[in-house]
Structure formats: C-alpha cells, structure tokens
Design a binder for this molecule. Sequence first.
Ligand code: FCB
Length: 413
Amino acid sequence: MTTLRPDFLWGASTAPHQIEGNNINSDWWVREESSPGMQLSGDAVDSYHRYREDMQLLADAGCNSYRFGVEWARIEPRPGHFSRAELAHYRRMIETAIELGLTPVVTLHHFSSPRWFADRGGWTADGAIDHFRAYVTEVASILGGVEWVATINEPNMLAMMEMLMDQMKSGEASEWKSPTVEAAEEGKNLANNLPVPHRKYGEPFVEAHHAAREVLHELTDAKVGWTVASAALTPTPGNEEKFIEVQYDYENLYLEAARGDDFIGVQSYSSQAVDASGLVPHPPHPDNTMVGTAYRPDALGMAVRHAWEVTEGVPVLVTENGLATTDDERRIAYTQEALGHLIAASEDGVDVRGYLHWTLLDNYEWGHWEPTFGLVGVDRETFVRTPKPSLGWLGNVARLNGANILAPASTRP
Ligand code: FCB
C-alpha cells in the first residue's frame, strides 16, 4: 500500500549550467575564469546536445518526470535580443520529455544569469525585474503542455550570492565562493561558513517571482512555484530568538512568498543547528558528505513539514534531494531513508506531489567537479554515460509508486 497519489512524479533534476556546456554568455562562465579556487565548466557533460539520451536513461529506468532548466543567457544573449533558435531548442527538449513519457518540470532561472544582466548590477539594479519579466514572457511561448514551472531556483542561495558580490565590491569579502561546495579543501571544516542572506537581498527575488507568476498564469496553464533551499534548521538551547531571526532570513521569507503559489519546491540535503552566532558549521565527521554537510536523510521530512506549515498548505514537490558521494550504495541508503521520511509526512497529511532526485548526471558542481551527486556517471572526455545502480533502484521505486519504501518506525503513531 502507498499513500502517494497515483500521478506522483518520480524522477531527477538538473540545471542547465551544470550539464549543458559552453554557457559562454552567462555570468557564471565569467566568474569561473576570474575565481582562482574554481574549476571551469567547459563542455560540462554536453547535455545541450545529448539531452535525448539523458532523458531516455531516466525513462527507461522507470521514472515519469524530468526537471530541467532553460538558460536565460542563451535565450537572451543581448538585452532585448531573444534567440528564436534557442527557444526552439528548449521547445524540442520539452517535446522530447513528453514523447518519452516524462512530465517536464521546467526551471526558468537556476543560478546563472546573462552576463549583461550581472554587468548592469544584477537583481538589485533598476530595471532588473522588468528584464526578468520580459524573459519570462518570451519563454511562456514555448511552454505549451508543460504542467510544472519553477520560476527561480533557490532564491535564498541567490540572495546569498548577491550579498557576497556586494561584500567583494566593498572589500569585506576577498573571493567568490561556491554556493554549494563549502568544504573543498580536505581536512578543513569549512562547511556552511557561507553567510545567511540579509533579508534586503531576498526582496527583489520575491518581487521577481511574483511578477513571473503573474505572467505565467496569464499566458500558460502551468502550475507555478519556486524552489527554496531548505536547511531543516533546529535551535540550540537558549537561542530560540536568534533561531527565529536566522530561519526567517534563511528560508521563511521565501516560503511565505510562496503562499498562493500552485506548489512549493522543497530542496533538502541536510539539517543544521543555529546558535547565538547563527548557523553552526557542520562538525567534522567521517559520515559527512563530499560537500562537507552532515549525512542527514531525515532532513527531507523536516523540510517538507516546515514548508507545508509556513506556506500554509501549498502542495509540496520535492525538487531536489540527494547525496554527494562516490559510494552508490550509500546514495541508495540515503535516498531510501529520506523517502521513508517523505512518505511519513504524506501519511501525516502533507500534500506531496512528487520526488525529483538531485541529480541525474554527475556534473559541474558550481566551481567543482569532484562532488558526485549523479545517478549516472559521465566520462568527461568521451561523454559516455554509465548508469549507476541507484538509477535502476529509483526507477523501481517509481514503478511501485513507493510501495516498497517503509516510513521509519519512529515517525509512526
Ligand atoms: C542546490 C542547487 C543545485 C545543486 C545542489 C547540490 O543548492 O540548486 O544546483 O548544486 O544544490
């Protein structure tokens, strides 16, 4: 027996800059070249050309959904110049997904922006929202038949990046940091030493999301939402007040902005404590992941329950959840346990619409190639794809609609 809906979405997520390759008109392309600690994305894993093969792998495994993004920097390489060829490319991707039986979940902005947009001051510059609105209006023309659209991926992490950029301009910060790989140097516990974004950096994203939502509701039939990085935060004793402040700035601002959306995308990897000085870095531990975070499959249940509560009952789509590891058995164990917590939340009444694993392919992890989150390995010279056992495992869970996953005993009444 499963409590999950018969139309539950099962699949994996990707982001254009991390897999396509040669995203040369984007701000990230420039950033990689100018940040000494970062590796280059280059050809990435050439999914720009190999998307059909990638989708086929997912469909053949038994999954029924694929989340991918369209790249603003390709669609609008110069302000006001919208490339018909690139729009047609992404339309072909949408049609390919549908043809293969994969429900497309399309992200309109996933961390990378056109370099001209960043050059004119990014999201806090005058006119930024109008530019985003114009881009979304163009993209709406290729979204026929798409049921799920995410406007902006992890606006909270983007706000953190905008804040970091300001700090670099003022000299307060010296170098660019990856938004997701915090423990790049072995032996160092640098995990989550990234700043909590001040709320003023979040506000333009709320405005951009609401503008995009309005356009999409007018021009398409899609369900519209955005995806928020959920840290499954917990207070340490005596620091409840600080906790409330950090939790608001880190995620509740963005979850509250999703009230009235058609879904909320929950992206969960780990859980983190808050003390008097803010986020507590993950303590060093042999079980920590390749990106320095604690191994916490239970975080997913915490994250979806929290999103459900703060959004006041917006349906939840898990748009990212996964593990950076070279040990695929461990990836399966993590995912199995995380799904148990997700099903327990669903049994408790959270309206969960799907689970999209991060990620389909080993990819460019924002400045780093080492952390491997993929269900499929990729040879970066030949681009040959090699599915890992976890892909078949997830496909099997999908075929059974989660019936083989047990909710953990501790969360059962
Ligand atoms: C999320 C990002 C995604 C990927 C995972 C590991 O924050 O949305 O692109 O980097 O983390």
